[in-house]
Design a protein around this ligand. Structure first.
Ligand code: PLP
Length: 394
């Protein structure tokens, strides 16, 4: 039972049929060869890649002037976007220390780690902190008067809290003040669950990930706006319009396109499914565990994400106890699993380390088998009560 959909959404049932059933799977992928080859097998693959590109483009309203470049995931797309100023700087004739990269303290490690690397290479890296209500205000990007940013990167939806950041407002404020800055947005968690169009965001570069919407793992995309000077991270062949060398992950790309098609055609139904599941979880926990605390509930949020604290219960122990009950849940982002440090996002948003250690993330899918969600919640309540009792007795 996957209550950890922000780590990976389960493969959509529609895709299981299309990709792996004897009929659908064979039809979709039979006879495919290298998409760069000129023969028929290559052309068949090329057509599938282009069909997937169009499907994802339709989901986020891309025009012909914008390019969607397939990558191995959101991590690669984020790295590609963040390193663009590094490659561009030779052209701009500016010293790296004259240029800043501004982002927020709420970002995913696949943004924060490249930023640290860029700082080591001489770029000034500035991380905006949220205000006391947890919001990132557009004005906070202008606090350092002497800085002219080469790139500003802000996520659309936070993976741990589900919080939606005001990307269009930030983009328009930054654009009017710093017309030369590249604007990047990591929308890995928002895609599908918080429907948006590329043009609504006002950014130059946009990161997407397939497995967050029920496609296979190992595929993502970087959208490059019209006329934007992005630079590849990988060099080699001329794949992906010269923006990303390497033979395409055909099956992954096909799955991403199919998943995008499902989220586009069933958007209202899926978003409704996510939010009614979230409401059910909230009600169930409130009814059965009155001491439960729902963190960061104010402001716009993804419809599927809850940050939940059970005072007196270790989140790490709860994750293990629930795993034994067949329920997958997270005490933090999957990429931080095994790391002893408390979540930088929860700390930044004002929880203390003890509170962080009692916080789990519940991130939901739109559909579960009948009764399965309530069964999982019953297991959660049972584990919390048992762990609290054991602790009281100790
Ligand atoms: N950005 C955000 C906000 C994420 O939540 C994640 C994954 O959790 C990533 C980037 C990295 O995605 P991928 O697994 O596709 O590299």
């Amino acid at each position: 039972m996957n209550l950890d959909a922000n780590a990976s959404y389960s493969l959509l049932p529609e895709l299981r049929l299309e990709l792996f059933s004897a009929k659908g799977g064979k039809e979709a992928l039979e006879g495919t060869l290298n998409p760069s080859s000129v023969h028929r097998g290559g052309q068949r693959s090329r057509a599938l890649v282009e069909e997937a590109r169009a499907q994802i483009g339709q989901l986020i309203g891309l025009s012909r002037q914008e390019h969607l470049v397939f990558t191995s995931g959101a991590t690669e797309a984020n790295n590609t976007a963040l390193f663009a100023p590094f490659w561009n700087r030779v052209k701009s004739n500016k010293l790296p220390e004259e240029q800043a990269i501004i982002s927020t303290r709420l970002e995913h490690p696949s943004v924060l780690a490249p930023l640290r690397r860029l700082a080591a290479l001489g770029f000034k890296s500035i991380l905006i902190a949220p205000d006391s209500s947890g919001r990132i205000s557009p004005d906070s990007f202008f606090e350092n008067e002497r800085v002219s940013p080469a790139l500003v990167s802000v996520m659309l939806a936070n993976n741990e809290t589900g919080q939606i950041l005001p990307v269009p407002e930030i983009a328009s404020a930054v654009r009017s003040r710093f017309p030369g800055a590249l604007l990047h947005c990591d929308a890995a968690q928002a895609l599908g669950k918080f429907p948006f169009k590329f043009s609504d965001l006002g950014v130059d570069l946009l990161t997407l990930s397939g497995h967050k919407i029920g496609a296979l793992m190992g595929v993502g995309a970087l959208v490059i706006g019209a006329g934007v000077a992005s630079q590849p991270l990988l060099y080699g062949g001329a794949q992906e319009m010269g923006q990303r060398a390497g033979t395409e992950n055909l099956v992954g790309i096909v799955s991403f396109g199919l998943a995008a098609g499902v989220w586009r055609t069933k958007s209202a139904e899926l978003v409704q499914g996510l939010s009614s599941n979230r409401n059910l979880v909230r009600r169930y926990l409130q009814d059965n565990l009155p001491e439960v605390i729902f963190n960061f509930e104010s402001g716009p949020k993804l419809p599927n994400t809850l940050s939940v604290r059970f005072p007196g219960v270790s989140a790490d122990d709860l994750v293990v106890a629930l795993d034994l009950e067949g329920v997958c849940i997270a005490s933090g982002p999957a990429c931080a699993a095994g790391k002893p440090e408390p979540s930088h996002v929860l700390l930044t948003l004002g929880l203390d380390p003890a509170q962080v250690s009692e916080t789990i993330r519940i991130s939901l899918e739109a559909y579960y088998d009948a009764g399965a969600l309530e069964q999982a919640l019953a297991a959660l309540v049972k584990c919390v009560k048992r762990m609290r009792k054991t602790r009281g007795e100790a």
